[in-house]
Design a protein around this ligand. Structure first.
Ligand code: ZN
Ligand code: ZN
Length: 244
């Protein structure tokens, strides 16, 4: 019996005994699907058009964004650039909101692995030494039970074959959610919210800073500050979705 046959029979038996449901939408899975149905998997693998090389916001086709787009050129960020999977809206937004539910950890891990695969070509050509997730304040982490950004960061680090520092950066202020704030309020809301450890692990290192969503960039900007202060050579922000 060939290995392929053994795998097919194994799948058929598992499906017959325990037909699985999609972790995201709960539709019944086809026999060859492990955790996500075809529709949900497509959300994580479809390309949604040209983006700015610097901020990763959507831009018109053929635009030169090597130094940024009209939305980000004036911004002075503590990170160098952003890579993303898609725009925060529609089915991708629904998927991210489901990941943030108390029961969303398994989904976040599965999405993290799929997202990490999609990030590799976007990050290719950059030096990458360490992956750091944007942390939650410990009170919010306790309420939710896990940090989506950490699930993503662990998956990305594994894919890149580098270390993931999950406790180096800490969020020291418990701020109200950013959702209903203006860009100026968002900036003020997160100023000084993050601190790093006082060691030299980041000196001269190229860091990938991971979060689920980037809207104005102010959270990533503040989270990158301690990394920059600790001597990081470069900081690329990797997110699932960008606000535009
Ligand atoms: Zn699904
Ligand atoms: Zn831009």
């Amino acid at each position: 019996m060939t290995a392929q046959w053994a795998k097919t029979i194994g799948q058929a038996l598992r499906y017959w005994l325990l037909p699985g449901a999609c972790l995201a939408c709960h539709r019944l899975l086809a026999i060859d699907q492990e955790s996500l149905c075809t529709e949900c998997d497509r959300i994580l693998t479809s390309d949604d058009g040209p983006v700015c090389h610097r901020c990763s916001g959507s831009v018109g086709a053929g635009l030169d964004t090597s130094t940024g787009c009209h939305q980000c050129r004036q911004e002075r960020w503590n990170f160098d650039r952003v890579v993303r999977l898609g725009t925060y809206g529609g089915p991708l937004r629904d998927l991210l909101l489901r990941m943030k539910q108390p029961s969303g950890e398994s989904l976040a891990e599965v999405v993290g692995r799929r997202w990490a695969e999609q990030m590799c070509p976007k990050l290719a050509g950059n030096r990458m030494d360490l992956v750091v997730p944007v942390p939650l304040h410990r009170r919010r982490q306790r309420e939710r039970g896990f940090n989506v950004a950490e699930c993503l960061a662990v998956a990305l680090a594994e894919k890149l074959g580098v270390a993931c520092l999950t406790t180096w950066l800490r969020r020291v202020r418990h701020d109200p959610p950013q959702t209903d704030l203006s860009p100026t309020q968002r900036r003020a809301n997160v100023r000084g919210a993050f601190v790093g450890r006082s060691d030299h692990r980041l000196r001269g290192k190229s860091i990938v800073l991971v979060d689920d969503v980037l809207t104005t960039g102010s959270t990533a900007h503040e989270a990158a500050r301690p990394l920059r202060d600790a001597g990081a050579a470069s900081i690329i922000v990797a997110v699932v979705a960008h606000g535009r």
